[in-house]
Design a protein around this ligand. Structure first.
Ligand code: PMP
Length: 452
């Protein structure tokens, strides 16, 4: 066979997200660090994209995956179970609140959201409410990049190019007190952001609304924002009143990232479905899924003979399941959820030491999810000009300093508004935290010199 592609230049045939950029070649990872082939070291202060929680290079996780792959690499879940799948499902279900008890595995957070949306639809249809199909989302939210996930999501820049192909689902404003969409101030605001859900359900007609989806602690869209304590109890009540399911998207915030098993636990509220991904396997293999409540599973068993009309080839992949089971074993054994809570407070305090920077509008966060919102003017909260792409610029400067940050944009009005997320592995030490703070300090000074 002619070696058409063997040109001697490696990497030329990769279709990157951004074909205009060059990407450092990574050789290995260990703890919070990644190492390039050129010997450069990067402190992974964002765990990839708030994915890596037990650290890079865990022999234990890799060992579990190798053992599973050696035994059997693939057995389709429409015919078989594996012990790895048993353990992964048991461990995920054991962490879930309320009567959430059945775990449906998929390969990515977007697929998890698709699954949740379809399950909500099937639940209502099975019960004879065939009209209920709309899923209400929030503006300034991200639930994934597939068309269904984009439809419920509220990330303007990612939705816009595909809007004609997406489902026209309704959205309500995010509970984002730093820039309240209702011009109110908590606690005297009457929680208009939660009342907006009821208004939207009534406007759409409760007979058409299947579910409401939200990230309890908002991740990338508004950089680690925690809505007020009354918000989710109110959401739960409104959903119950109109027979709409409440889907908590825990893809980014689940498995200890915010110092609790799931971020909804901060409110003591049980959703009907949880979507998860990222941290469940700490990035060692693609794994995600949904946890469904007994209420939903019972309806499927009773009305559809137990069949969920959905499925993916790689759902419950044995090697991914083994990775997930091993990661959740480590998180439990090493008390990493508690570590995330306690060390998160330390990290937040250290980053708060940067609050004197004139470009910092707000520093916020919970557990090992810390957000920084950047502004041109901290009194008026005016964002930087969109064209300056400040969060991207800051991320690149930090990369040069050997620190990986997760940039965000659109928090001010969907398009402009820059933010940075910091979410390192839960194993991070205090001196490694200091390294992050030093790099941030230097890069923020540079940004301010260039732009203020
Ligand atoms: N939901 C949330 C809250 C997310 O943060 C993400 C990914 N950033 C997704 C869904 C989509 O997950 P994936 O990229 O694995 O499809």
């Amino acid at each position: 066979m002619e070696a058409k592609f063997l040109t001697g230049v490696r990497g030329d045939h990769i279709f990157h997200r951004d074909l205009s950029r060059t990407y450092p070649l990574i050789e290995r990872g260990e703890g919070v660090y990644l190492y390039g082939v050129d010997g450069r070291r990067y402190l992974d202060a964002c765990g990839g994209a708030l994915v890596v929680n037990v650290g890079h290079g865990s022999r234990e996780v890799v060992g579990a995956m190798a053992e599973q792959a050696t035994k059997v690499g693939f057995a389709h879940t429409n015919r078989f179970e594996t012990e790895a799948l048993w353990e992964a499902a048991d461990r995920v279900a054991a962490l879930a609140p309320g009567d959430l008890e059945r775990v449906y595995f998929v390969g990515s957070g977007s697929e998890a959201v698709e699954s949740a949306v379809k399950l909500a639809r099937q639940y209502h249809r099975d019960r004879g409410n065939a009209g209920k199909y709309k899923v209400i989302g929030r503006w300034q939210s991200y639930h994934g990049n597939t068309l269904g996930a984009l439809s419920v999501g509220g990330d303007v820049k990612r939705r816009r190019p595909y809007a004609p192909m997406a489902v026209d689902f309704p959205h309500i404003p995010a509970p984002y007190c730093y820039r309240c969409r209702f011009g109110r101030e908590y606690p005297g605001c009457g929680l208009e952001c939660a009342q907006a859900l009821e208004r939207e359900i009534l406007a759409e007609g409760p007979e058409n609304v299947a579910a409401f989806i939200a990230e309890p602690v908002i991740g990338n869209s508004v950089a680690a924002f925690m809505p007020p304590k009354e918000y989710y109890p109110a959401v739960r009540e409104i959903c119950d009143r109109y027979d709409a399911l409440f889907v908590a998207d825990e893809v980014m915030a689940g498995f200890g990232r915010t110092g609790r098993n799931f971020s909804i636990d901060h409110w003591g509220v049980a959703p009907d479905i949880i979507t998860f991904g990222k941290g469940v396997s700490s990035g060692y293999a693609p794994l995600a899924g949904i946890i469904a409540s007994k209420k939903i599973v019972d309806v499927l068993l009773e009305k559809s003979g137990g069949r969920f009309v959905h499925g993916h080839t790689y759902a419950g992949h044995p090697v991914s399941a083994a990775a997930g089971a091993a990661v959740l074993r480590i998180i439990e054994r090493d008390g990493l959820v508690e570590r995330s809570r306690a060390e998160g407070e330390v990290l937040l305090e250290k980053i708060r030491g940067l609050a004197g920077h004139p470009s910092i509008g707000e520093i916020r966060g919970i557990g090992l999810m810390v957000g920084i919102e950047l502004v041109r003017d901290r009194t008026t909260k005016e964002p930087f000009d969109l064209r300056l792409a400040i969060s991207e610029r800051l991320t690149r400067l930090a990369l040069e300093e050997g620190v990986l940050l997760y940039p965000g944009s659109g928090c001010a009005d969907g398009a402009s508004g820059d933010s940075i997320l910091i979410g390192p592995p839960y194993t991070i030490t205090r001196s490694e935290m200091d390294e992050i703070v030093r790099a941030l300090d230097k890069c923020l000074t540079q940004i301010e010199k260039e732009n203020l």
